[in-house]
Ligand binder design. Structure first.
Ligand code: AMP
Ligand code: MG
Length: 419
């Protein structure tokens, strides 16, 4: 299994931009997932591991787009009354195999192969039917209602590229080509830990001074959506020894270890020392809000990410930096075409320049196609209710200093960020 190069997250000293951080992740890490084959029906949301070419035309034969009558257009233009004899029928899966002579047509159904010597199809609704003959209406164009062989895919075409995450339509396209075993990259194994002496598991008692661990449950869902095979390492008490042992154990058994909390450099934050004892750790100073610095490191060949403890910062950093890292390790093509919605700010605010900010936002689009973007009333980074209220993140660029009501904003829906 390929591993990461040693100390690949060694830190840039200076403050870096989001783009620089993402470029470093891309440059310093690579795919570690091997290829495996899965049944077509289980290939959804997996990452394709090979380029796929079509080995035959799809559809394989010319066929009809409607129910009606197939005929030769040259006969039709020659025929004064446009009356045809009906020679037989061609249904989907039961093609007409006979030979046709001049003035004959074939009754045909949607998806049925177009008989030899026919090139056009009249819709049943437009045809006058008698016992053994029919009359076609005037004005039918050559090639009417005929679907051509290879109009979906031509033999030899590059259909899907390695690194593509398979959506329902890609699975459908693979099925149309007859693939039943699909080469995909193995899911990467991710260890998930929470750190903090104040944390309890939902279902347990909550002593005074404690809170329930929400990050681990939230991140578990996110990592599942990102296609990871998540191993839950639970809550680790914030002492050097327990953390070092848990992180070493997690690293030995997975491809990526993710913690939340314990990296803010307080007296009770032991993640840094624990990772350094087992491997390397670096604090990346990224010009963002919320959530800096971000701890990135390595234990053996296993990547390590220490997310902030505050739930909003943890989720935002996971979306912005763990998502590209997972894509990289998993062999998924990243970045994809940028996908954002445009909308008008329903608020005004001032912002510090020199850093990128993500606000919890709610996007709605009116009947005229005008998008409106609201922001959550408070910026507190511990407020999970703000994440629940929002349906995506508003991105404010580094050089933005003021937002006025009605300004155009970029909005990233969670539906996209969670893919
Ligand atoms: P820390 O970085 O450990 O100092 O944590 C910063 C803040 O995030 C503190 O208020 C913690 O109580 C909170 N926090 C840390 N981990 C979690 C967690 N897993 N779930 C909810 N809140 C957390
Ligand atoms: Mg803590």
């Amino acid at each position: 299994m390929p591993r990461l190069p040693n100390d690949c997250f060694s830190s840039p000293e200076d403050m870096i931009s989001v783009e620089q951080a993402r470029a470093l992740i891309t440059e310093k890490t690579g795919r570690i997932a091997d290829t495996e084959f899965v049944e077509l029906q289980n290939s959804g949301d997996r990452v394709l591991a090979e380029d796929i070419y079509s080995s035959f035309d799809i559809p394989p034969a010319d066929n009809s787009a409607v129910d009606g009558y197939a005929f030769l257009h040259a006969d039709y233009t020659a025929q004064q009354d446009r009356a045809f004899n009906v020679a037989g029928r061609s249904a989907a899966g039961e093609p007409y195999l006979g030979e046709l002579s001049e003035g004959y047509c074939v009754k045909i159904f949607t998806g049925a192969s177009v008989p030899v010597r026919c090139d056009s199809i009249a819709m049943i609704e437009d045809v006058t039917e008698a016992a053994d003959t029919i009359v076609l209406p005037a004005g039918l164009a050559l090639g009417s209602n005929r679907r051509h062989a290879g109009e979906d895919l031509k033999t030899g075409a590059l259909v899907l590229k390695s690194g593509t995450k398979l959506r329902p339509q890609e699975v459908g396209q693979l099925a149309s080509m007859g693939h039943h075993k699909v080469p995909v990259f193995r899911r990467i194994k991710v260890a998930l830990l929470s750190t903090g002496d104040e944390l309890e598991n939902p279902g347990d008692n909550l002593p005074y001074g404690s809170i329930y661990d929400s990050n681990r449950y939230m991140l578990l869902q996110l990592l599942n959506k990102y296609g990871c095979d998540v191993k839950d390492y639970g809550i680790i008490r914030d002492t050097f020894d327990t953390l070092r042992d848990a992180i070493s154990d997690a690293a030995a058994n997975t491809d990526l270890v993710i913690t939340s909390g314990g990296v803010s450099m307080g007296d009770e934050d032991h993640v840094k020392a624990a990772v350094e004892a087992a491997g390397d750790l670096h604090f990346w100073r990224i010009a963002i809000k919320p959530g800096r610095p971000l701890a990135l490191g390595q234990v053996g060949g296993t990547a390590f990410v220490g997310l902030p403890g505050n739930p909003v910062a943890a989720l935002v950093c996971a979306i912005q930096f763990v998502k590209p890292l997972i894509a990289r390790l998993s062999g998924e093509t990243f970045p994809k075409d940028p996908f954002a919605l445009s909308g008008k700010a329903a608020f005004s605010m001032k912002k510090k320049t020199g850093r990128r900010e993500w606000l919890r936002g709610r996007y709605t689009c009116n009947e005229n196609g005008v998008g409106k973007i609201e922001k959550f009333s408070s910026e507190g980074s511990g407020l999970i209710s703000s994440l629940v209220w929002s349906n995506g993140l508003i991105e404010l660029k580094e050089d933005t200093s003021t937002i006025n009501q009605g300004d155009n904003l970029r909005f990233f829906p969670y539906s996209e960020l969670f893919e």
